[in-house]
Write a protein that binds this ligand. Structure first.
Ligand SMILES: O=C(O)c1cccc(C(=O)CC[C@H]2O[C@@H](n3cnc4c(=O)[nH]cnc43)[C@H](O)[C@@H]2O)c1
Length: 217
C-alpha cells in the first residue's frame, strides 16, 4: 500500500466537521472540509478540493440513519461499499439501478483492506462498529415501507446518508481510494426528527478521530 500522507475528510455540515476536528486533534495530515448536503454538492465540493491540492485518500464522514438489525443508534458504520440507492428508474416491475439500465454504476468500491483495518481498530478501541453498505440517498427515508424497500434492494445495507456516493465518485475520478464512516444518529424509517441522537452521534464521531489518525495517518 502507498503511504497515506494527506487525507481529505468531507462532512455535510459544520457540526460534523467540528466533531471530527476535535477528534483528529490538529493532525496536519488531515483536512476536514464541508461537502454540503446531498450527493451533488458533495461531488462538486470534493472535486474542487481534489483539483486544488494533492491527497492520497478521501473520506466521507458524518452522522447517518441505521437500518434495523444492522446498525443501531450509537454505533459506527464503516462502509464496505457505497451505493447510490435511488439512482435508477422505476419500472412496472420495480426499481432498476443504473447498472441494470446500462448507464454506469450506482456502486463505488471503497479501499477494502483499509476499511477492514479501520473497523478492526475502532472495535479494538472499544467503540461499537459495524461494516456494511452505506447507501447514499437524495431523500431521507421517512416510512417503514421505504426502509424495507431499500433494505431489500441492497441486502447488506447498514446505514443511509446523503453524501458518500458524491464524495467517492469525485475521489474515483481522481484515481484516489475512498472510505465512508458514519455515526448512527437515528433509525432509518418513520420520520421523528425529535428522536435523533445527534449530540451522541457527534461524540462518537469525535471518539473515532484518534483511531482515524492511528490507522490512516
Ligand atoms: O441539527 C444539528 O445540530 C445537526 C448536527 C449535525 C448534523 C445534522 C444533520 O442534519 C446532518 C444531515 C446529514 O446527516 C445525514 N443523515 C443523518 N441521518 C440520516 C438519515 O436517516 N437518512 C439520510 N441521511 C441522514 C445525511 O448525510 C445528511 O446530510 C444536524
Amino acid at each position: 500500500m502507498n503511504a497515506i500522507k494527506r487525507v481529505l475528510v468531507m462532512t455535510a455540515v459544520a457540526a460534523e466537521r467540528d466533531a471530527l476536528l476535535r477528534g483528529l486533534r490538529g493532525d496536519s495530515r488531515f483536512e476536514v472540509a464541508l461537502a454540503g448536503v446531498g450527493p451533488a454538492a458533495a461531488a462538486a465540493n470534493t472535486a474542487a478540493l481534489l483539483a486544488a491540492a494533492p491527497y492520497d485518500l478521501v473520506v466521507s464522514a458524518g452522522i447517518a440513519g441505521g437500518f434495523a438489525g444492522q446498525a443501531a443508534v450509537g454505533e459506527l458504520v464503516v462502509a464496505s461499499d457505497i451505493v447510490a440507492a435511488d439512482l435508477g428508474a422505476e419500472t412496472a416491475e420495480g426499481f432498476s439501478s443504473v447498472d441494470e439500465l446500462g448507464f454506469g454504476s450506482a456502486r463505488v468500491t471503497v479501499d477494502g483492506p483499509l476499511a477492514r483495518r479501520l473497523a478492526d481498530a475502532l472495535s479494538q478501541a472499544g467503540l461499537p462498529v459495524r461494516s456494511g453498505s452505506v447507501l447514499t440517498v437524495s431523500t431521507v427515508t421517512g416510512t417503514a415501507e421505504s426502509a424495507a424497500r431499500l433494505a431489500a434492494r441492497v441486502p447488506n445495507a447498514a446505514a443511509e446518508a446523503m453524501e458518500g456516493f458524491g464524495v467517492a465518485t469525485a475521489a474515483a475520478l481522481h484515481g484516489l481510494p475512498a472510505l465512508e464512516i458514519r455515526a448512527v444518529s437515528n433509525a432509518v424509517g418513520p420520520r421523528d426528527r425529535s428522536s435523533w441522537k445527534i449530540r451522541e452521534a457527534l461524540e462518537l464521531l469525535e471518539a473515532a478521530g484518534p483511531i482515524l489518525v492511528e490507522v490512516l495517518g
